[in-house]
Design a protein around this ligand. Structure first.
Ligand code: 5GP
Length: 146
């Protein structure tokens, strides 16, 4: 497997969110993953799924965490479909700054949108109240599906 040359910097923003050092609008959490609202969404309901493993990108992700991220992504996507009443969800994941990655802790984006309509990446801050409401709705949908 090819590896990124970039070493993991544990002061990145998602490491701080995992540690609970900075706040987020959390949608779901288990022993291996956390899912929360993207603060600069590319579409309404944009969620990030982050493994609790120190990996810069896909090349460093351990298989058990890859599996855990996808299991969480399935829960979140089901909640997005239910709450937003739309089927189309873009799953995106960027590897390296050349690809547009800006936070160097592996993460999967789940964006209720279409590849033909995707807005610009991380460009403007969402309304915090709207993020809190969506996070609560997604969380409830996940909890009731269990
Ligand atoms: P990347 O460009 O690395 O694939 O995606 C990073 C994502 O993290 C962007 O969509 C950006 O909006 C989001 N983001 C950056 N800083 C924060 C933050 O402090 N909190 C949250 N919730 N999302 C963030």
């Amino acid at each position: 497997m090819s590896q990124t040359s970039q070493s993991y910097d544990d002061s990145n923003i998602f490491a701080k969110i995992i540690q609970g050092d900075i706040p987020c609008h959390k949608v779901y959490e288990d022993d291996m993953t956390v899912a929360f609202m993207d603060i600069m969404p590319q579409a309404k309901g944009h969620v990030l799924i982050v493994p609790k493993q120190q990996a810069v990108d896909l090349s460093q992700l351990e298989p058990e965490y890859a599996s855990a991220v996808l299991m969480t992504a399935q829960k979140v996507m089901q909640a997005q479909r239910q709450v937003l009443s739309r089927e189309g969800i873009v799953q995106m994941q960027l590897n390296g700054s050349e690809a547009g990655q800006t936070v160097f802790h592996y993460h999967v984006h789940l964006i209720p949108s279409s590849i033909h309509e995707l807005g610009r990446h991380g460009s403007s801050q969402a309304d915090q109240e709207e993020l809190a409401t969506l996070a609560a709705q997604f969380k409830e949908a996940i909890d009731t599906a269990r």
